[in-house]
Design a protein around this ligand. Structure first.
Ligand code: FES
Length: 350
């Protein structure tokens, strides 16, 4: 049962080596007459079908053939061992035959020693005999180098014509869109320009006004008021009982040659109503000053006698100047209710 189980590779190789060893039998063994049991055993062994088949090719057997032969030998060996008892039962060979057979064993052993081959050599021999199979990288022959492309052929070949690339057509914009865009741009430009113009104008006006105010600050207005002192002429120009009105418009003064408390005097009356400040008028026919505002009336000497005026008119200071002319000084006033008309500076005696 143990022999019938599947054989390993090592066993198969060993059997193949033993088969090879058996195949090269020494001449001595062939020359000696084979004993009968051996001859019987050899007769019972199956005919070497694989061996003739391998040799029929004329070359060395392949691995598969070697394995088949080894298996056949193994099977034949089993049969031979089965036939051994029969051989044992047969009459023993003659001692001469034994003696002849004995020296054959060392010869076989010597033949085995000389023919013993390793696994690599067996496989190499099998591969050499059989058609080429897969080989390792180390054993593989070097590949021929790739043939370089002939430059002459490329140079001789005419250049391929390159078709011109089609230009991408530009998308035409509608005219209305262009006009609208231009209008929008124009409006934006005008609006921006207007804002800038307004801003710069306002800035310029503000700067001008500021400069003008600064100039007015450094050069203030001067009132062109008449001088407070002015000359009205000589005494001869003012006859008794005369009210001169030609200085009203320019100086606001009446120059009167009149009688006051029994004394003839020349005095200057202020043309301002003592009620609310209106300018009364001299009424030559009525010989009085009449206020047009509320009807107050004043005599020629300036005493109030009618209307709402609460007090007499006021006098300016008057004197005879160095040149003999009468000079009026508006910087000083004299009031009758205060008794100031008695001051000699408030009149010129005639
Ligand atoms: Fe002259 Fe009133 S202001 S009467």
């Amino acid at each position: 049962m143990a022999d019938k189980k599947k054989m390993s590779v090592a066993e198969i190789l060993a059997a193949a080596r033993s088969a090879d060893g058996n195949g090269e039998k020494p001449a001595a063994a062939e020359a000696s007459p084979p004993p009968e049991p051996v001859a019987e055993a050899q007769a019972e062994t199956p005919p070497p079908a694989a061996k003739p088949a391998a040799s029929a090719g004329g070359g060395r057997p392949s691995v598969s053939e070697i394995l088949a032969m080894a298996r056949a030998k193994k099977a034949a060996g089993g049969d031979a061992e089965a036939a051994k008892p029969a051989a044992k039962a047969a009459p023993k060979p003659a001692p001469a035959a034994k003696a002849a057979a004995k020296p054959a064993a060392p010869a076989v052993a010597a033949g085995k020693k000389g023919v013993q081959r390793d696994t690599a050599s067996i496989l190499a021999a099998a591969r050499a005999a059989s058609k080429p199979g897969p080989v390792s990288k180390a054993e593989a022959p070097p590949r021929p180098a790739a043939k370089p492309k002939s430059t002459t052929a490329a140079a001789k070949a005419p250049p391929r014509p390159v078709p011109p690339k089609p230009t991408k057509p530009t998308k035409p914009q509608p005219a209305a869109k262009k006009v609208a865009e231009e209008d929008r741009r124009g409006f934006l430009q005008i609006a921006t320009g207007s804002f800038l113009a307004v801003g710069f104008t306002a800035l310029s006006v503000t700067g001008g006004l500021f400069s003008l105010g600064l100039a007015r600050f450094f050069f203030p207005n001067v009132l062109a008021e008449p001088p407070s002192k002015f000359k009205v002429g000589f005494k001869d120009g003012f006859p008794a009982g005369k009210v001169e009105t030609k200085y009203v418009a320019q100086y606001g003064v009446w120059v009167v040659n009149g009688d006051f408390q029994g004394e003839q005097q020349i005095y200057a009356l202020k043309t301002v109503c003592t009620h609310l400040g209106c300018t009364p008028s001299w009424l030559e026919a009525e010989q009085k000053f009449k206020c047009p505002c509320h009807g107050s009336g004043f005599y020629k000497d300036g005493i109030n006698f009618e209307g709402p005026a609460p007090r007499p008119l006021e006098r300016y200071a008057i004197r005879i100047a160095d040149d003999g002319q009468i000079e009026v000084d508006k910087s000083r006033t004299f009031q009758e209710e205060l008794g100031q008309w008695a001051d000699p500076q408030s009149y010129v005696s005639v």
